[in-house]
Design a protein around this ligand. Structure first.
Ligand code: DNO
Length: 400
């Protein structure tokens, strides 16, 4: 598999030259400065590609070419955004960039309540605390009917939290869920927004009354429009699973597990309509058996995120070590190495599947600085990349 690394562009504190030293071959990045829904012009793509090439690396994957809320809502403005998406795909293909990751989650790109939960060994990890999330939903957002969405023991815990939580902890929760995790990836919310809760409520309200079938219809419309351009230009689109892969905030979900992926791959049944196999996101749904899903969807997987989680009985989950947890990454790697062999045997051009270490613990001297996007510090990901490289080498030596 091709070893890639998510790099956030020229403002990223991690230098491309350092990445070469730790075994990275390809870069995963996006033109984060272009607003969602706008065209990615060839000139901008070329500029970014040149920066990456000057460090001896290649731009392997786009993560993400954002699908705007207008498209997910199929609003009147979506026609222009769909056309722009088609043009951006053509522009990327013209520059030889042919793997494009995106997600189709309404409003929120991913959710964690805690960004620095301390582990027994002194490292820090991302954490999803179900009761704290329910508290946020019920008491901070004050979402209508929120109480209907949680089991009684969780609701009880939200009451305890409510009577003991301090103002600064509330602020931190808002910052973590709405601002910090979203700001650098989704383009919907930025660190500069003064009233994130009000803005967030407004964004959620646009989806009121929207059900899974509606979101599926909108996805089908999106894919039917962009897949022909992808096919003509040899661009592999790969949808990222919902994170977490279960219902949140009354929003409809699109990729939570096997049934959803079966549906969406069939909705427009072409190779270019594929999957980003995010072992981490999928593993945080207790209903998902990650290796089983990897086997089933390998033929339509264009990009792999290697990360693992541990899920607790109360539905909290934490990001696990890359060597442990529900991601079963050694097994997942074995499955994708087999898939590569199959593609080679069949003479496919795109036989080499890019993978990246996804997230990593905050550790060593990285703990003392907050320059990193949550989950994307240096040492933790470097350690993960080394562990994953070791697993790949071991699997290959047993089964060349
Ligand atoms: C967070 C990531 C997501 C993911 C996007 C893909 O770390 O898993 O931001 O990249 O959802 O569109």
């Amino acid at each position: 598999m091709e070893k890639t690394w998510r790099w956030f562009g020229p403002n990223d504190v991690i230098a491309l030259n350092d990445l070469r030293q730790i075994g990275v071959e390809g870069i995963v990045t996006a033109l984060h400065h272009i607003p969602n829904g706008d065209i990615w012009p060839v000139g901008e793509i070329r500029k970014r590609k040149a920066i990456i090439a000057s460090a001896g690396l290649r731009w392997s994957v786009v993560e993400s070419l954002p699908v705007s809320e207008e498209i997910k809502l199929a609003s009147p403005a979506s026609a222009r955004h769909l056309e722009n998406y088609r043009i951006s795909l053509k522009n990327l293909a013209a520059e030889g960039i042919r793997t494009v990751c995106y997600n189709f989650m309404p409003v929120i790109d991913w959710i964690r309540t805690d960004l620095y939960r301390e582990n027994p060994d002194g490292t820090r990890s991302l954490y999803f605390d179900y009761a704290r999330f329910a508290y946020f939903d019920r008491y901070i957002l004050q979402r209508k009917n929120a109480t209907d969405d949680y089991p009684a023991p969780i609701l009880e815990r939200t009451e305890t939290i409510h009577s003991t939580i301090k103002e600064e902890e509330k602020e931190e929760l808002i910052h973590n869920i709405i601002v910090k995790t979203q700001g650098f990836v989704s383009g919907n919310i930025s660190e500069k927004d003064k009233e994130p809760v009000a803005l967030f409520r407004k964004m959620l309200s646009r989806y009121e009354g929207m059900h899974q079938e509606d979101l599926r219809d909108h996805f089908r419309r999106f894919m039917e429009t962009v897949a022909p351009v992808a096919a003509e230009n040899n661009v592999n689109l790969c949808i990222h699973p919902d994170d977490p892969p279960f219902p949140v905030l009354g929003l409809p979900r699109i990729v939570t597990g096997r049934e959803d992926v079966d549906w969406l791959l069939k909705a427009v049944d072409v190779f270019q309509n594929g999957l980003t196999f995010c072992a981490g996101s999928l593993s945080s749904g207790i209903h998902n058996n990650v290796p089983e899903l990897a086997k089933r969807f390998a033929p339509r997987t264009h990009f792999v995120h290697l990360r693992s989680t541990e899920v607790f009985q109360n539905r909290d989950f934490m990001e696990a070590d890359h060597l442990s947890g529900r991601g079963h990454l050694a097994e997942v790697i074995r499955i994708f190495l087999e898939e590569q062999k199959r593609r080679l045997r069949e003479g496919m051009d795109s036989w080499r599947i890019p993978m990246r270490p996804d997230h990593g613990p905050l550790m060593l001297s990285d703990i003392d600085n907050d320059r990193y996007n949550p989950g994307y510090s240096f040492y933790g990901r470097m350690k993960a990349l080394s562990e994953l490289s070791g697993m790949m080498a071991a699997v290959e030596s047993v089964n060349p």
